[in-house]
Design a protein around this ligand. Structure first.
Ligand SMILES: Nc1ncnc2c1ncn2[C@@H]1O[C@H](COP(=O)(O)OP(=O)(O)OP(=O)(O)O)[C@@H](O)[C@H]1O
Length: 413
Protein backbone atom coordinates (compact mmCIF):
# COMPACT_ATOMS: atom_id res chain seq x y z
CA UNK A 1 0.00 0.00 0.00
CA UNK A 2 1.39 3.47 -0.88
CA UNK A 3 1.57 6.33 1.65
CA UNK A 4 -1.10 8.09 -0.37
CA UNK A 5 -3.71 5.37 -0.16
CA UNK A 6 -2.82 4.92 3.54
CA UNK A 7 -3.64 8.56 4.36
CA UNK A 8 -6.83 8.31 2.32
CA UNK A 9 -7.92 5.39 4.41
CA UNK A 10 -7.05 7.38 7.56
CA UNK A 11 -9.19 10.25 6.30
CA UNK A 12 -12.13 7.97 5.72
CA UNK A 13 -11.73 6.35 9.14
CA UNK A 14 -11.65 9.82 10.74
CA UNK A 15 -14.66 10.93 8.79
CA UNK A 16 -16.67 7.92 9.97
CA UNK A 17 -15.54 8.42 13.57
CA UNK A 18 -16.80 12.01 13.50
CA UNK A 19 -20.33 10.59 13.46
CA UNK A 20 -19.81 8.88 16.82
CA UNK A 21 -21.00 11.12 19.65
CA UNK A 22 -20.27 11.51 23.33
CA UNK A 23 -23.51 10.17 24.94
CA UNK A 24 -23.30 12.79 27.72
CA UNK A 25 -22.69 15.89 25.61
CA UNK A 26 -23.53 16.89 22.07
CA UNK A 27 -19.95 16.48 20.87
CA UNK A 28 -18.13 14.19 18.49
CA UNK A 29 -15.64 11.75 20.01
CA UNK A 30 -12.85 14.06 18.76
CA UNK A 31 -14.38 17.16 20.35
CA UNK A 32 -14.95 15.21 23.57
CA UNK A 33 -11.25 14.36 23.65
CA UNK A 34 -11.79 10.58 23.53
CA UNK A 35 -9.47 9.93 20.59
CA UNK A 36 -5.77 9.91 21.45
CA UNK A 37 -4.38 8.35 18.27
CA UNK A 38 -5.42 6.49 15.14
CA UNK A 39 -2.96 4.04 13.59
CA UNK A 40 -3.61 2.61 10.17
CA UNK A 41 -1.28 -0.25 9.38
CA UNK A 42 -2.04 -1.74 6.00
CA UNK A 43 -5.78 -2.45 6.39
CA UNK A 44 -5.71 -2.75 10.17
CA UNK A 45 -6.97 0.18 12.20
CA UNK A 46 -6.13 0.74 15.87
CA UNK A 47 -7.85 3.56 17.76
CA UNK A 48 -6.29 4.67 21.07
CA UNK A 49 -8.83 6.26 23.38
CA UNK A 50 -9.08 7.96 26.75
CA UNK A 51 -12.64 7.73 28.04
CA UNK A 52 -11.95 8.01 31.76
CA UNK A 53 -14.62 10.71 32.01
CA UNK A 54 -17.34 8.23 31.04
CA UNK A 55 -18.79 5.52 33.23
CA UNK A 56 -18.51 1.83 32.27
CA UNK A 57 -21.76 1.47 30.30
CA UNK A 58 -21.32 4.75 28.45
CA UNK A 59 -17.72 4.02 27.41
CA UNK A 60 -18.68 0.48 26.32
CA UNK A 61 -21.41 2.04 24.15
CA UNK A 62 -18.94 4.46 22.55
CA UNK A 63 -16.43 1.67 21.85
CA UNK A 64 -19.21 -0.35 20.23
CA UNK A 65 -20.26 2.63 18.06
CA UNK A 66 -16.65 3.31 17.00
CA UNK A 67 -16.10 -0.32 16.01
CA UNK A 68 -19.30 -0.33 13.93
CA UNK A 69 -18.46 2.99 12.27
CA UNK A 70 -14.93 2.01 11.25
CA UNK A 71 -15.94 -1.48 10.24
CA UNK A 72 -18.18 0.14 7.60
CA UNK A 73 -15.21 1.86 5.93
CA UNK A 74 -14.34 0.21 2.67
CA UNK A 75 -10.91 -1.48 2.64
CA UNK A 76 -10.73 -1.80 6.44
CA UNK A 77 -10.02 -5.37 7.33
CA UNK A 78 -9.89 -5.18 11.11
CA UNK A 79 -10.39 -2.54 13.77
CA UNK A 80 -9.34 -2.45 17.46
CA UNK A 81 -10.05 0.07 20.16
CA UNK A 82 -7.38 0.41 22.85
CA UNK A 83 -7.91 2.36 26.01
CA UNK A 84 -5.04 4.41 27.38
CA UNK A 85 -4.79 4.62 31.15
CA UNK A 86 -5.05 8.21 32.33
CA UNK A 87 -2.50 9.55 34.77
CA UNK A 88 -3.26 11.02 38.21
CA UNK A 89 -1.20 14.03 37.20
CA UNK A 90 -3.25 17.22 37.33
CA UNK A 91 -5.82 15.48 39.53
CA UNK A 92 -5.96 15.93 43.25
CA UNK A 93 -7.06 14.28 46.45
CA UNK A 94 -9.75 15.21 48.93
CA UNK A 95 -7.62 17.88 50.68
CA UNK A 96 -7.78 20.09 47.58
CA UNK A 97 -11.50 20.82 47.76
CA UNK A 98 -12.47 24.37 48.71
CA UNK A 99 -15.31 23.03 50.80
CA UNK A 100 -16.69 19.68 51.95
CA UNK A 101 -20.32 19.19 52.95
CA UNK A 102 -21.55 15.92 54.46
CA UNK A 103 -25.18 14.83 54.24
CA UNK A 104 -26.41 12.68 57.14
CA UNK A 105 -29.64 11.37 58.61
CA UNK A 106 -30.64 9.80 61.90
CA UNK A 107 -32.42 6.91 60.18
CA UNK A 108 -32.54 5.30 56.74
CA UNK A 109 -35.09 6.03 54.07
CA UNK A 110 -35.73 9.71 54.79
CA UNK A 111 -34.29 10.81 51.44
CA UNK A 112 -30.66 11.45 52.43
CA UNK A 113 -29.20 10.15 49.15
CA UNK A 114 -31.85 12.02 47.16
CA UNK A 115 -30.88 15.22 48.97
CA UNK A 116 -27.12 14.57 48.61
CA UNK A 117 -27.29 13.93 44.88
CA UNK A 118 -29.76 16.76 44.20
CA UNK A 119 -27.65 19.13 46.29
CA UNK A 120 -24.50 18.18 44.35
CA UNK A 121 -26.37 18.83 41.08
CA UNK A 122 -27.65 22.19 42.40
CA UNK A 123 -24.16 23.31 43.44
CA UNK A 124 -22.80 22.21 40.04
CA UNK A 125 -24.66 25.16 38.48
CA UNK A 126 -22.09 27.54 40.01
CA UNK A 127 -18.85 25.62 40.24
CA UNK A 128 -17.17 22.29 39.92
CA UNK A 129 -18.56 19.70 42.26
CA UNK A 130 -17.87 16.10 43.22
CA UNK A 131 -20.04 13.63 45.07
CA UNK A 132 -18.65 10.86 47.28
CA UNK A 133 -21.12 8.15 48.27
CA UNK A 134 -19.92 6.68 51.57
CA UNK A 135 -23.19 4.87 52.28
CA UNK A 136 -21.65 1.44 52.54
CA UNK A 137 -24.90 -0.39 53.30
CA UNK A 138 -27.03 1.27 50.64
CA UNK A 139 -24.91 3.01 48.02
CA UNK A 140 -27.83 4.45 46.01
CA UNK A 141 -26.04 7.35 44.36
CA UNK A 142 -25.07 5.46 41.17
CA UNK A 143 -28.75 4.54 40.68
CA UNK A 144 -30.03 7.99 41.49
CA UNK A 145 -27.62 9.64 39.05
CA UNK A 146 -27.76 6.83 36.51
CA UNK A 147 -24.01 6.19 36.43
CA UNK A 148 -22.31 2.82 36.53
CA UNK A 149 -18.93 1.21 37.07
CA UNK A 150 -16.56 -0.42 37.01
CA UNK A 151 -14.14 2.06 38.52
CA UNK A 152 -11.01 2.55 36.43
CA UNK A 153 -7.64 3.30 37.95
CA UNK A 154 -5.09 5.82 36.83
CA UNK A 155 -1.61 4.85 35.72
CA UNK A 156 -0.53 5.32 39.33
CA UNK A 157 -3.28 2.98 40.60
CA UNK A 158 -5.58 5.67 42.04
CA UNK A 159 -9.32 5.12 41.60
CA UNK A 160 -10.88 7.54 39.12
CA UNK A 161 -14.37 8.95 39.62
CA UNK A 162 -16.98 8.64 36.88
CA UNK A 163 -18.46 11.75 35.38
CA UNK A 164 -22.01 12.77 34.58
CA UNK A 165 -22.35 16.20 33.05
CA UNK A 166 -19.70 18.21 34.88
CA UNK A 167 -20.23 16.30 38.13
CA UNK A 168 -17.67 13.74 39.32
CA UNK A 169 -19.04 10.77 41.25
CA UNK A 170 -17.34 8.12 43.37
CA UNK A 171 -19.30 5.49 45.23
CA UNK A 172 -18.58 2.31 47.14
CA UNK A 173 -21.44 1.01 45.00
CA UNK A 174 -19.28 1.38 41.88
CA UNK A 175 -16.56 -0.83 43.38
CA UNK A 176 -18.60 -3.99 43.13
CA UNK A 177 -21.07 -3.06 40.48
CA UNK A 178 -24.33 -4.83 41.23
CA UNK A 179 -22.90 -7.06 43.97
CA UNK A 180 -24.34 -6.75 47.49
CA UNK A 181 -22.05 -5.05 49.95
CA UNK A 182 -22.10 -6.87 53.24
CA UNK A 183 -19.05 -5.23 54.77
CA UNK A 184 -19.11 -4.47 58.40
CA UNK A 185 -17.23 -2.55 61.03
CA UNK A 186 -13.53 -2.12 60.45
CA UNK A 187 -13.62 -3.57 56.95
CA UNK A 188 -16.32 -1.17 55.83
CA UNK A 189 -14.48 1.69 57.40
CA UNK A 190 -11.17 0.72 55.74
CA UNK A 191 -12.81 0.37 52.34
CA UNK A 192 -14.43 3.80 52.55
CA UNK A 193 -11.28 5.33 53.99
CA UNK A 194 -9.11 3.93 51.18
CA UNK A 195 -11.48 5.09 48.49
CA UNK A 196 -11.86 8.47 50.12
CA UNK A 197 -8.13 8.99 50.59
CA UNK A 198 -7.04 7.76 47.15
CA UNK A 199 -9.65 8.90 44.65
CA UNK A 200 -8.00 11.21 42.12
CA UNK A 201 -10.45 14.05 41.42
CA UNK A 202 -10.33 16.53 38.60
CA UNK A 203 -12.81 18.86 40.31
CA UNK A 204 -11.76 20.77 43.41
CA UNK A 205 -14.65 23.12 44.22
CA UNK A 206 -17.17 21.48 46.54
CA UNK A 207 -17.27 17.86 47.63
CA UNK A 208 -20.62 16.52 48.85
CA UNK A 209 -20.37 13.34 50.95
CA UNK A 210 -23.40 11.05 51.29
CA UNK A 211 -22.93 9.37 54.68
CA UNK A 212 -24.53 6.10 55.82
CA UNK A 213 -27.72 6.65 57.87
CA UNK A 214 -27.40 6.79 61.66
CA UNK A 215 -24.54 7.79 63.88
CA UNK A 216 -22.39 4.65 63.79
CA UNK A 217 -18.63 4.35 63.65
CA UNK A 218 -18.21 5.01 59.94
CA UNK A 219 -20.19 8.23 60.25
CA UNK A 220 -18.42 9.62 63.28
CA UNK A 221 -14.92 8.66 62.17
CA UNK A 222 -15.50 10.01 58.66
CA UNK A 223 -16.76 13.28 60.11
CA UNK A 224 -13.82 13.55 62.48
CA UNK A 225 -11.10 12.52 60.04
CA UNK A 226 -12.31 14.51 57.06
CA UNK A 227 -12.07 18.29 57.20
CA UNK A 228 -15.83 18.84 56.66
CA UNK A 229 -17.07 22.42 56.67
CA UNK A 230 -20.32 21.14 58.03
CA UNK A 231 -23.01 18.53 57.93
CA UNK A 232 -26.54 18.83 56.56
CA UNK A 233 -28.95 16.56 58.44
CA UNK A 234 -31.98 15.27 56.54
CA UNK A 235 -35.24 14.54 58.35
CA UNK A 236 -38.90 14.09 57.55
CA UNK A 237 -41.39 16.26 59.48
CA UNK A 238 -42.78 13.18 61.31
CA UNK A 239 -42.25 13.82 65.04
CA UNK A 240 -40.26 10.61 65.73
CA UNK A 241 -37.92 11.44 62.85
CA UNK A 242 -37.50 15.00 64.16
CA UNK A 243 -36.71 13.74 67.71
CA UNK A 244 -34.05 11.36 66.32
CA UNK A 245 -32.66 14.17 64.17
CA UNK A 246 -32.50 16.53 67.16
CA UNK A 247 -30.42 13.90 69.04
CA UNK A 248 -28.19 13.38 65.97
CA UNK A 249 -27.55 17.14 65.73
CA UNK A 250 -26.60 17.17 69.41
CA UNK A 251 -24.29 14.17 68.99
CA UNK A 252 -22.51 15.79 66.03
CA UNK A 253 -22.01 19.00 68.00
CA UNK A 254 -20.73 17.02 71.02
CA UNK A 255 -18.19 15.46 68.66
CA UNK A 256 -17.13 18.87 67.34
CA UNK A 257 -18.78 18.39 63.97
CA UNK A 258 -20.26 21.70 62.76
CA UNK A 259 -23.93 21.40 61.73
CA UNK A 260 -24.90 23.61 58.79
CA UNK A 261 -28.60 22.93 59.28
CA UNK A 262 -31.37 20.50 58.48
CA UNK A 263 -33.39 19.66 55.39
CA UNK A 264 -37.00 18.76 56.02
CA UNK A 265 -37.75 16.29 53.25
CA UNK A 266 -41.26 15.34 52.14
CA UNK A 267 -42.50 18.36 54.08
CA UNK A 268 -45.69 18.63 52.04
CA UNK A 269 -47.49 17.04 49.14
CA UNK A 270 -48.70 19.15 46.24
CA UNK A 271 -51.86 17.66 44.76
CA UNK A 272 -51.40 16.67 41.09
CA UNK A 273 -55.01 17.56 40.32
CA UNK A 274 -55.60 20.90 42.00
CA UNK A 275 -52.02 22.04 42.75
CA UNK A 276 -52.98 22.57 46.41
CA UNK A 277 -50.10 21.95 48.91
CA UNK A 278 -50.98 19.60 51.78
CA UNK A 279 -48.95 19.04 54.94
CA UNK A 280 -48.07 15.35 55.28
CA UNK A 281 -47.60 15.53 59.05
CA UNK A 282 -49.51 18.07 61.09
CA UNK A 283 -48.05 19.66 64.20
CA UNK A 284 -45.06 21.70 65.21
CA UNK A 285 -42.47 18.94 65.60
CA UNK A 286 -39.83 21.11 63.92
CA UNK A 287 -39.55 23.39 66.97
CA UNK A 288 -37.60 20.54 68.61
CA UNK A 289 -34.72 21.08 66.18
CA UNK A 290 -31.88 23.21 67.50
CA UNK A 291 -30.55 23.89 63.99
CA UNK A 292 -31.46 26.10 61.04
CA UNK A 293 -33.90 24.62 58.55
CA UNK A 294 -32.04 25.10 55.26
CA UNK A 295 -34.93 23.95 53.09
CA UNK A 296 -38.26 22.17 53.15
CA UNK A 297 -38.58 19.90 50.13
CA UNK A 298 -42.02 18.72 49.00
CA UNK A 299 -42.90 15.12 48.27
CA UNK A 300 -42.75 15.45 44.48
CA UNK A 301 -42.35 13.11 41.54
CA UNK A 302 -39.76 15.45 40.02
CA UNK A 303 -37.52 14.69 43.03
CA UNK A 304 -37.72 10.98 42.22
CA UNK A 305 -36.18 11.39 38.78
CA UNK A 306 -32.49 11.58 37.86
CA UNK A 307 -31.25 15.08 38.71
CA UNK A 308 -29.08 16.82 36.09
CA UNK A 309 -25.95 18.63 37.17
CA UNK A 310 -26.68 22.35 36.96
CA UNK A 311 -30.43 21.99 36.27
CA UNK A 312 -32.54 21.03 39.27
CA UNK A 313 -36.12 21.80 40.43
CA UNK A 314 -36.66 25.15 42.16
CA UNK A 315 -36.77 23.89 45.80
CA UNK A 316 -33.41 22.17 45.25
CA UNK A 317 -31.89 25.36 43.79
CA UNK A 318 -32.98 27.13 46.99
CA UNK A 319 -31.41 24.35 49.06
CA UNK A 320 -28.13 24.84 47.14
CA UNK A 321 -28.19 28.58 47.88
CA UNK A 322 -28.94 27.99 51.58
CA UNK A 323 -26.09 25.47 51.87
CA UNK A 324 -23.66 27.82 50.10
CA UNK A 325 -24.65 30.60 52.54
CA UNK A 326 -24.28 28.27 55.54
CA UNK A 327 -20.79 27.17 54.42
CA UNK A 328 -19.72 30.81 54.17
CA UNK A 329 -20.75 31.57 57.74
CA UNK A 330 -19.83 28.16 59.21
CA UNK A 331 -16.38 29.28 60.33
CA UNK A 332 -17.65 32.51 61.86
CA UNK A 333 -18.11 32.86 65.55
CA UNK A 334 -21.37 34.33 66.78
CA UNK A 335 -21.01 35.74 70.31
CA UNK A 336 -22.23 38.93 72.04
CA UNK A 337 -20.04 42.01 71.62
CA UNK A 338 -19.14 42.10 75.31
CA UNK A 339 -17.88 38.48 75.36
CA UNK A 340 -14.46 38.14 77.02
CA UNK A 341 -12.04 37.03 74.32
CA UNK A 342 -8.92 35.35 75.73
CA UNK A 343 -7.73 33.75 72.48
CA UNK A 344 -4.00 34.13 72.02
CA UNK A 345 -3.40 35.78 75.43
CA UNK A 346 -0.63 34.63 77.81
CA UNK A 347 -1.87 32.64 80.86
CA UNK A 348 -1.80 35.47 83.44
CA UNK A 349 -3.57 37.90 81.07
CA UNK A 350 -6.25 35.27 80.48
CA UNK A 351 -6.94 35.00 84.22
CA UNK A 352 -6.96 38.78 84.65
CA UNK A 353 -9.39 39.29 81.74
CA UNK A 354 -11.78 36.68 83.16
CA UNK A 355 -11.53 38.07 86.71
CA UNK A 356 -12.00 41.73 85.66
CA UNK A 357 -15.15 41.05 83.68
CA UNK A 358 -16.67 38.51 86.08
CA UNK A 359 -16.15 40.73 89.13
CA UNK A 360 -17.78 43.68 87.34
CA UNK A 361 -21.02 41.69 86.90
CA UNK A 362 -24.05 41.71 89.16
CA UNK A 363 -25.78 38.54 90.23
CA UNK A 364 -27.93 37.26 87.33
CA UNK A 365 -25.80 38.95 84.60
CA UNK A 366 -24.71 36.72 81.68
CA UNK A 367 -21.00 35.94 81.24
CA UNK A 368 -19.66 34.78 77.85
CA UNK A 369 -16.06 33.69 77.30
CA UNK A 370 -14.32 32.90 74.00
CA UNK A 371 -11.19 30.77 74.17
CA UNK A 372 -8.85 28.91 71.88
CA UNK A 373 -8.90 25.88 74.20
CA UNK A 374 -11.60 24.05 76.14
CA UNK A 375 -12.61 26.53 78.90
CA UNK A 376 -14.36 23.98 81.16
CA UNK A 377 -11.68 24.36 83.92
CA UNK A 378 -12.48 28.09 84.10
CA UNK A 379 -15.66 27.00 85.96
CA UNK A 380 -13.65 26.30 89.14
CA UNK A 381 -12.01 29.74 88.93
CA UNK A 382 -15.39 31.45 88.49
CA UNK A 383 -16.70 29.46 91.47
CA UNK A 384 -13.88 30.79 93.65
CA UNK A 385 -14.49 34.35 92.43
CA UNK A 386 -18.22 34.09 93.15
CA UNK A 387 -17.58 32.17 96.39
CA UNK A 388 -20.27 29.79 95.19
CA UNK A 389 -20.32 26.05 94.45
CA UNK A 390 -20.54 24.92 90.82
CA UNK A 391 -24.23 24.00 91.06
CA UNK A 392 -25.00 27.62 92.03
CA UNK A 393 -24.31 28.50 88.37
CA UNK A 394 -27.78 28.47 86.90
CA UNK A 395 -26.47 27.70 83.42
CA UNK A 396 -22.95 26.56 82.53
CA UNK A 397 -22.46 25.61 78.89
CA UNK A 398 -19.28 25.00 76.95
CA UNK A 399 -19.43 24.47 73.18
CA UNK A 400 -16.83 24.21 70.46
CA UNK A 401 -18.17 26.87 68.13
CA UNK A 402 -15.59 26.35 65.36
CA UNK A 403 -12.72 23.87 65.11
CA UNK A 404 -10.49 26.50 66.82
CA UNK A 405 -12.85 28.35 69.16
CA UNK A 406 -14.70 27.37 72.32
CA UNK A 407 -17.45 29.42 73.93
CA UNK A 408 -18.42 29.29 77.60
CA UNK A 409 -21.78 30.76 78.58
CA UNK A 410 -22.93 31.12 82.15
CA UNK A 411 -24.68 33.52 84.52
CA UNK A 412 -23.10 35.06 87.63
CA UNK A 413 -24.80 33.48 90.68
N1 LIG B 1 -38.88 14.69 48.30
C1 LIG B 1 -39.16 13.51 47.77
N2 LIG B 1 -40.25 13.35 46.96
C2 LIG B 1 -40.55 12.13 46.45
N3 LIG B 1 -39.85 11.02 46.67
C3 LIG B 1 -38.74 11.13 47.46
C4 LIG B 1 -38.34 12.36 48.03
N4 LIG B 1 -37.22 12.14 48.75
C5 LIG B 1 -36.93 10.83 48.62
N5 LIG B 1 -37.84 10.21 47.86
C6 LIG B 1 -37.87 8.78 47.50
O1 LIG B 1 -37.76 8.02 48.71
C7 LIG B 1 -36.95 6.86 48.51
C8 LIG B 1 -35.80 6.83 49.53
O2 LIG B 1 -34.94 7.92 49.22
P1 LIG B 1 -33.36 7.84 49.45
O3 LIG B 1 -32.80 6.61 48.84
O4 LIG B 1 -32.81 9.14 49.04
O5 LIG B 1 -33.35 7.69 51.03
P2 LIG B 1 -32.10 7.48 52.00
O6 LIG B 1 -32.43 8.21 53.24
O7 LIG B 1 -30.83 7.82 51.34
O8 LIG B 1 -32.19 5.95 52.21
P3 LIG B 1 -31.02 4.97 52.77
O9 LIG B 1 -30.76 5.45 54.12
O10 LIG B 1 -31.68 3.64 52.73
O11 LIG B 1 -29.85 5.11 51.85
C9 LIG B 1 -36.48 6.92 47.07
O12 LIG B 1 -37.33 6.11 46.32
C10 LIG B 1 -36.67 8.38 46.67
O13 LIG B 1 -36.94 8.54 45.28
Amino acid sequence: MTMDSKSTLSDRVEEQLRNVRDPQADLSVFEAGFIENIHVDDREVTIETDMASLDGDASAGVVEAMLRAVDDVEAVESVHVERTTPSSEGRSSVESFDSIVAVASAKGGVGKSTVASSLACALAADGDVALFDADIHGPNVPNLLDVSGPIHSSDEGDPLPVRTGGLEVMSVGLMEDGAPLAWRGAMAHDAVDDLFANTAWENDGTLVVDLPPGTGDVVLTTLQEVPVDGVVVVTTPFHASVSDTARTVELFRDNDVPVLGTVVNMAEYVCDCCGEPNELFAGDALTELDADVLAELPFAKELQGTPSPGAVPEPVTELGEAVTGAIETAGELSVPEDAVDIRGLPPQDRKDAVRDRFESLDSGDPFVLVSDRDPTPVGAFLGRLAEAPRDAFDRFEVRRATPDDWVLETVRP
